[in-house]
Design a protein around this ligand. Structure first.
Ligand SMILES: [Zn+2]
Length: 903
């Protein structure tokens, strides 16, 4: 760090930028043991994380901030442990999201994607990517992410496109990819198939339509059938009844007539039929309903698709061809009513499938798509978690994982989009045959014709992100990076994409490389607002991490996210919490300034061996305990709790107790001043190391100043492993076995100094005496504790602002002792007395109480007036209640003061 005068206040704006580019330019983000470099040692085990690639369309949100904070914490921790660490950054081409952006821009020019054609469209998408695709990675840098940017990847770059091809062809050659008519979720607005995971079901009110399915042999007889979508009658290929339904048993095997179209279809028996739904018989439309599709599979029924891709009725719809789905629904029902086929309509709550992205109703539709036969892959992935090759943190997601994987459906991987990895399949226009190729072919391998064309569809974005942990390292080539860094170590991401992404990476890693892509999956929760509500633009409760960083600094945001999080659980976030942690950064700064100036003033070395004071022993012992706790918590992925413990230690034990005690010791000069300054240096150094993964910027900056000051001062001021170049690569504090003296040291200082200081402070608060006013104090304690108390008398006097502290065994006879305020200290069974200097103290006290009473009365009047105005009717009930509560509190306070004053 170039600068060495420590400013009075922490200026995070200057520091963050300066420190980040210094780290990056110094190469600290690259692995310390690197196969790309000459002295590479392949035996050293690396720690590797692949970043969840953010969409190039995305602006930074709290979800990004969360994963960056947690992953950066892990990476920094392992880097400080001395392991070669690699965090691979990159971004995702985000098929649907990006395509929508480009289409939106085109719409502004009055054009559609078809108007400009595929090539021009792709060209535009790339221009868009060059212009905007880097914004998100810039924002991720601002969070302090120590990724190796020299290894940055994009899911559509050349190398990753090769991986995608290899994966597709590999699966195809194994017979695990097939093309076929299958029921898919068709999103009419996006004009593409979407996966089950991209469909959300919402409860909406609709209608249930009851009608007659007439018997072919006797049109007077009919089966009552109900549907929520009458237009699907056009695609019916059977009517199903329950095999044990006495009402309909006799019809099984007979034919019924499809209304309007007059097609004959069979009545079948299937156990899946719900006898209580509708009329008890079920119309079966296999091409437009998942349950019906399964029935059709069991009974070999025909599949009749009645919809075009724009949700108009196709040629199978007879007289309704060309009508929009909704118009057809109305028309066919009217026509059926005319023919006497309608029984009744009832209001009904529908479970409507809607597109997660566009919100429109998704139509189940039979369509030619590419699928991955996923069961064989899923079985391997289940085994990898069962036998412990992969651990999921928190553990309860393991069950969720098994449940999903055991019931997994074939994965529809084709998307009718233009932006993405085009399916590597070519069709011959002459012989009609198909080729699946790693390299683009020039001619047909079957007949030699050059009239060939590539499949129009692209692959689901998750197909390429599922290869991420190894495609980014060069697979399918056996690169040095792949050999050394694969398998990676931890996959950290939100639990909401466990199936979208994590499960697919596990399946593909096992399939293509034969090894699980990581040994641990760490899942974090969602971030909600301070009341536990989901953040959304419509609710207006979204917190923008960029604004928060501008206002309070990156460290404050990171610390808040990390300390508030527990694996797998949602976190409630408020700006107030970030503000409080900004204050923590300031506290850190001020404490460090004190330490640095203490070192500057203290002797350069000691004359004699150290004689540790109770305060020194206390802080050294607590430091050792804290390091042990933090290490234990880090090893079990409890980062939030670790952060809370370091915070507590630093704020309370170090800053509030030790630094205050140190002031007395520094004043004594000589050896005691030296050992005190040395202790301050040691503890601050360790705190900065422990805090570095949480708040990297402020700790690096302060550590640089501390190091500089110590090096200037003398060779006596140094951490255990000496001064290294930067905190980012300094050694992580090691746990040391607990020694007997530690427990005693903590106990002694707590019992004497801490407990008695607190006792005196409380006495002053209760008696409303200003904390800084020095009164005489007295402690009555058993003689066993007199040595202990006398040793620490100076601290108690200084910290509690007490003068002439007397320690004695019994309560003196003096009558006035009865009237002195006292507090019993439970840890050693002592009593602390505040000796009131009657006249002046009580006069002052009465004046203060009078003043307080007047103020309180003023508040009571103000609120009473407010509550009697129309405010009480117009303001929200919660606000009014709050005012009432305040009023009650003030009234209580006033009563207490009156009591004290004897009024
Ligand atoms: Zn051919």
């Amino acid at each position: 760090m170039p600068e060495h005068t420590l400013p009075k206040a922490y200026n995070f704006k200057d520091t963050e930028e300066k420190v980040y580019s210094w780290w990056e330019n110094s190469g600290y983000f690259q692995p310390s043991n690197d196969p790309q470099k000459p002295d590479f040692d392949p035996t050293k085990k690396p720690f590797v994380i692949s970043i969840p690639p953010p969409n190039i369309t995305g602006g930074l949100h709290l979800g990004h901030a969360m994963f960056v904070a947690i992953e950066d914490l892990m990476i920094r921790y392992h880097r400080m442990l001395g392991e070669p660490t690699l965090w691979v950054p990159g971004s995702d081409h985000a098929g649907i999201a990006t395509q929508l952006q480009i289409e939106k821009a085109l719409a502004g020019e009055g054009k559609t994607r078809e108007d400009i054609g595929r090539d021009a469209f792709i060209e535009r998408a790339w221009i868009w990517k060059e212009k905007y695709g880097g914004i998100i990675t810039q924002q991720i840098r601002r969070l302090g992410a120590s990724c190796d940017w020299t290894r940055e990847r994009f899911t559509l770059d050349v190398g990753l496109s090769r991986s995608v091809r290899e994966a597709f062809v590999n699966l195809y050659e194994k017979g695990l990819i097939y093309r076929g008519p299958r029921l898919i979720n068709w999103s009419p607005n996006l004009r593409t198939a979407v996966s089950d995971l991209e469909v959300e079901h919402s409860q909406e009110s609709g209608k249930l339509y009851f009608f007659k399915y007439r018997l072919a042999e006797n049109p007077e007889e009919y089966l009552p059938v109900a549907t929520t979508r009458p237009e699907t009658i056009l695609g019916d290929t059977a009517v199903a009844v329950h095999p044990e339904d006495e009402r309909f048993k006799k019809y099984v095997g007979k034919k019924v007539i499809v209304p309007i179209l007059d097609r004959e279809i069979p009545v079948i028996a299937d156990e899946s039929v719900d006898r209580d739904f509708g009329g008890g018989a079920l119309k079966v439309t296999p091409a437009h309903d998942p349950t019906d599709y399964e029935i059709a599979q069991r009974h070999n029924l025909d599949l009749i698709n009645i919809l075009n891709r724009d949700i108009t009725i196709n040629e199978n719809g007879g007289p309704y061809q060309g009508l929009h789905r909704d118009d057809c629904r109305k028309k066919i029902w009217e026509d059926m009513a005319e023919k006497g086929l309608v029984l009744k309509e009832e209001p009904y709550t529908l479970n409507v499938p809607r597109s997660q992205r566009g919100g429109e109703i998704v139509e189940p539709m039979i369509s030619e798509q590419w699928f991955v036969d996923i069961k064989p892959l899923a079985e391997k992935a289940i085994r990898a978690v069962k036998d412990g090759r992969i651990t999921i943190v928190p553990d309860y997601f393991t069950k969720v994982y098994f449940n999903w994987m055991e019931n997994i459906q074939d994965w529809c991987i084709s998307r009718q989009l233009w932006w993405g990895h085009r399916i590597p399949v070519w069709y011959c226009d002459d012989c009609g045959k198909m080729m699946v190729k790693r390299e683009d072919p020039a001619s047909c391998e079957h007949c030699g014709s050059t009239l060939i064309h590539q499949d129009e569809d692209v692959l689901d974005t998750w197909f390429s992100s599922g290869l991420w942990p190894f495609s980014t390292l060069g697979w399918p080539d056996q690169t040095d990076d792949l050999k050394y860094f694969y398998p990676t170590s931890v996959m950290e991401t939100g639990y909401d994409i466990l199936f979208f992404w994590v499960a697919r990476m596990i399946m593909s890693g096992l399939e293509f490389l034969g090894e699980a892509p990581f040994h641990t999956v760490y899942l974090h929760g969602l971030i909600r607002d301070e009341n536990g509500q989901k953040m959304s633009k419509t609710k207006g409760n979204v917190i923008d991490p960029l604004i928060v960083m501008d206002e309070y600094g990156t460290d404050a945001l990171r610390f808040t996210l990390l300390v508030g999080s527990t694996s797998g659980k949602d976190t409630n976030l408020s700006v107030k919490k970030v503000e409080a942690n900004r204050n923590f950064a300031n506290k850190l700064w001020n404490a460090a300034r004190f330490v640095i100036s203490a070192i500057e003033k203290a002797p350069a070395k000691a004359e004699k061996d150290p004689v540790w004071t109770p305060a020194d022993e206390y802080i050294h012992a607590r430091m050792r305990q804290t390091i042990r706790d933090v290490n234990r918590l880090f090893e079990s992925y409890q980062f939030g709790e670790a952060g809370r413990q370091i915070y507590e230690f630093f704020w309370s034990e170090f800053a509030d107790w030790y630094i205050e005690a140190a002031k007395i010791q520094l004043d004594k000069e000589g050896d005691q001043a030296f050992y005190t300054a040395w202790t301050l240096m040691r503890v601050l150094d360790k705190c900065l190391r422990l805090l570095h993964p949480f708040t990297p910027f402020v700790t690096e900056e302060l550590w640089g100043h501390l190091k500089h000051t110590c090096q200037e001062k003398s060779a006596e001021y140094f951490p255990e492993d000496g001064w290294t170049d930067a905190l980012i690569t300094a050694k992580w504090p090691e746990s040391k076995l607990e020694e007997k003296w530690e427990i005693l040291a903590v106990e002694n200082f707590s019992k004497a100094t801490i407990d008695h200081t607190r006792g005196f402070r409380l006495l002053k608060t209760v008696a409303k005496i200003p904390a800084n006013r020095r009164l005489t104090g007295s402690i009555i304690a058993s003689e066993n504790f007199h040595t202990l108390l006398n040793e620490q008398k100076q601290y108690i006097e200084q910290l509690a602002k007490i003068k002439g502290l007397v320690i004695s065994e019994g309560i003196p006879d003096a009558e006035e002792y009865q009237n002195y305020p006292s507090e019993s200290i439970s840890s050693i069974g002592s009593l602390a007395f505040l000796i009131m200097e009657k006249t002046s103290d009580s006069k002052e006290l009465i004046e203060k109480l009078d003043k307080d009473l007047a103020e309180t009365k003023g508040q009571i009047e103000r609120i009473e007036k407010l509550l009697s105005s129309d405010f009480a009717e117009k303001a929200p009930a919660s606000v009014v209640d709050k005012e009432r509560e305040k009023l009650a509190n003030y009234q209580e306070t006033a009563a207490k003061i009156r009591e004290q004053l004897g009024k």
